[in-house]
Design a protein around this ligand. Structure first.
Ligand code: BJ2
Ligand code: ZN
Length: 665
């Protein structure tokens, strides 16, 4: 990941990234400044707070030349800048942080210079649509629009929030029990021994506990401890971060940073479209929710969960209740069939992280897509280092030089992480496919497209037939009950995620716009968690807490609506690729493995990068059927399961009520 996290930052900053102050490019920029001035451009008087700024130099040929030279330099400088980000993220030292911060400022200076020159052109009148689009991307300056002191502060806060989140540790539950029991005798020796033992990190320790433990109190303890040691500590910094981000957005002509983020979807109806998708998907979610709630009541008791209430957020097998794969084992529709979680087989086979990456790469190459280049294997960090602190949250990196691509992942030997490997490799495949585009177009058609690539492949990889073919399943239950079990296991990943994927940015947009005040940040979070996910906190939440900050993308400042978009459109892509592969039968049975036709269609879309509005990419992908996000394919995919769940739920309440979103009723 690069240092600039917002969506437009992806269109602009990622590309402009750290063009630096070194000779050649600056000389070129100066030349342009002089030329434009002599042509009468009033670059100094242009209003920086207007959106998509342009000037009055009408010379399209000169504009084109400017872009070409810019592009070369941008790629080189981007490389250096990503390198400083990588150095920090893979070794969280003070020195690496300082290097990164210095680099960011140098880069911002350059961006301002580039922006000044780019916006001296009357590019809106240029004939060539691609040239116009490149200038459009270039004409938004991003956070570099801030005065240096503010930019410095913003970058420092970003780096320090990421640091706090990534190095957070908690004490084990067993220790907590001992401390509470003997709290009266707690002396200095004990607290130091307490500290020595407080070494549980999110990846892998806490994640494993959340997934495996079925002890209500232990889960509640870990759930709270994580929030105390991560989000809560970030709250003050985040408040300032929002102010500074909004300052930047306004200098770019946007009402607030939320509006600026949404711009990368290039749509006037984006918010309505999202709400409509969610309305269509709500019945799926409600049915899954009601079924799982009933199973959880059987397990934990009706004193803990009301039959018409929300689900306690710590019981779903995941720290944020964003996927529920952890409850599969004891909630499965037809127990006793071969388990679809192949983690035990992976462990039994002594699978390594490298094996998992090889499996993933092999799927991409079976479609005729590109393999990971040698520097990928040389430089990626695919296991958690033991000698230093790193940002463990998995990510994919494009070093902008057409050679260097990397993944950073503290890979655990689990099926879930095997899917995450595919997810991250999907990003790398996209980078490789659009590598020949100008740097400003080396982006997803929209951010949701980028998120969908690896997931689409993983939909095939997860099918029982495929898992058997790659020796991760010994036997498969090829009957209607087995099919329901399978669809259920996928629903625990995909349907459970939808409301979380939606509400993260509903929350953030509210914060950025000021519709949610800083005094009610955490309450609003729990209102949304209740409304959309139907979950509640096991421990009372107050405005002392900052629970959104306990999820990576808040301190990491990565927009989140992209994942909601991805979870919808990946089923559109899956359907289209399955058709290309000549698949017949239900969508959920399709495995596009080895289909060169599917690979060809996918690569056609990926190669476009962001050179065209995403609606055109969608049209190509769907063979002209639609240029919109469409919930029909995800509904079609899960249809047999939905019918089954409706039947199961017919005598029970769907939905939930609660008088207080800040504590489980
Ligand atoms: C595990 C995954 C992100 C991702 C990382 C961190 C933030 C951005 C990148 C970008 C890629 C790019 C993640 C997976 C599904 C739900 C979500 C979650 N990590 N990022 N540089 N996921 O998207 O891969 O790698 O080019 O934009 O956060 O909540 O776990
Ligand atoms: Zn991703």
């Amino acid at each position: 990941m690069n240092m600039f996290h917002n969506e437009l930052a992806q269109a602009i900053e990622h590309k402009l990234l750290s063009m630096g102050t070194t000779g050649f490019w600056i000389v070129l920029l100066c030349t342009f400044t002089i030329t434009s001035t002599s042509l009468g451009a009033s670059s100094n008087n242009r209003d920086i707070s207007a959106k998509y700024v342009s000037g009055d130099n009408p010379d399209e040929a000169e504009g084109f030349e400017f872009l070409q030279t810019y592009d070369k330099r941008a790629s080189q400088e981007c490389y250096l800048s990503v390198l400083s980000n990588w150095a920090y993220a893979t070794n969280l030292t003070e020195e690496n942080k300082q290097n990164l911060l210095e680099r960011s400022l140098v880069y911002a200076e350059f961006q301002k210079e580039a922006w000044k020159n780019a916006t001296s052109f009357a590019w809106k009148q240029f004939k060539n649509p691609s040239t116009r689009r490149l200038f459009k991307f270039l004409s938004i300056l991003g956070t570099a629009a801030l005065p240096t002191e503010k930019l410095k502060e913003l970058n420092e806060i970003s780096a320090s929030m990421e640091d706090t989140y990534s190095t957070s540790k908690i004490c084990p539950y067993s220790l907590q029990v001992v401390i509470t029991d003997e709290s009266e005798n707690l002396d200095d020796d004990k607290s130091s021994s307490e500290e020595e033992n407080c070494t549980l990190s999110l990846e892998p320790d806490i994640t494993r506990i959340l997934k495996k433990s079925q002890n209500y109190d232990e889960l509640a303890y870990v759930w709270k401890a994580w929030r105390d040691s991560s989000g809560k500590k970030i709250r003050k910094r985040y408040e300032r971060f929002v102010e500074l981000s909004n300052d930047a957005a306004r200098l770019n002509g946007f009402a607030d940073m939320g509006e600026m983020w949404r711009e990368s979807y290039e749509s006037d109806t984006f918010l309505e479209d999202l709400e409509n998708l969610w309305k269509q998907l709500l019945p799926l979610y409600e049915n899954l929710h009601a079924y799982v709630r009933r199973k959880l009541i059987s397990k934990y008791g009706n004193d803990k969960i009301r039959p018409d209430g929300p689900i306690p957020a710590h019981l779903l097998g995941n720290m944020w209740a964003q996927d529920w794969a952890g409850v599969q084992e004891f909630t499965e529709p037809y127990p006793g069939k071969p388990s679809l979680d192949v983690t035990p087989q992976m462990v039994e086979q002594n699978m390594t992280a490298l094996d998992m990456f090889n499996i993933s790469e092999e799927f991409f190459s079976s479609l005729g897509l590109k393999e990971m280049p040698p520097p990928f294997w040389e430089h990626s960090v695919i296991e958690k280092p033991t000698d230093r602190e790193i940002v463990c949250h998995a990510s994919a990196w494009d070093f902008c030089n057409g050679k260097d691509y990397r993944i950073k992942q503290c890979t655990d030997i689990t099926m879930q992480d095997l899917i995450t490997v595919h997810h991250e490799m999907g990003h790398i495949e996209y980078y490789l496919q659009y590598a020949d585009q100008p740097s400003l177009f080396r982006e997803g058609a929209n951010p949701g497209f980028h998120e969908a690539v690896g997931d689409v492949l993983a939909l095939s990889v997860s099918t029982p037939k495929h898992l058997k073919a790659i020796s991760l399943l010994n036997e498969i239950a090829d009957d209607p009950e087995g099919d329901i079990n399978y669809l259920y296991s996928i629903a625990l990943d995909k349907i459970s995620f939808l409301p979380f994927g939606y509400l993260m940015d509903l929350w953030r947009w509210g914060i950025f716009s000021g519709n949610t005040s800083v005094e009610e940040m955490n309450t609003k979070w729990w209102e949304l968690r209740l409304k959309y996910q139907g979950v509640c906190p096991p421990v009372k939440r107050t405005e002392e807490d900052f629970d959104p900050g306990a999820k990576y993308h808040i301190p990491g400042n990565t927009p989140y609506i992209r994942y909601f978009v991805s979870f919808v459109i990946q089923f559109q892509f899956h359907k289209a690729l399955c058709e290309a592969a000549g698949h017949e039968g239900p969508l959920y049975k399709c495995d596009i493995y080895q289909s060169k036709e599917a690979g060809k269609l996918l690569s056609q879309v990926l190669q476009l990068g962001s050179s065209k509005p995403w609606t055109e990419a969608m049209k190509i992908m769907t063979g002209g059927k639609t240029n919109k996000m469409d919930a029909a394919p995800i509904i079609e995919y899960f249809d047999p399961l939905i019918q089954w769940l409706k039947e199961q739920n017919k005598n029970y309440t769907l939905g939930w009520t609660s008088n207080d979103p800040t504590i489980c009723p």
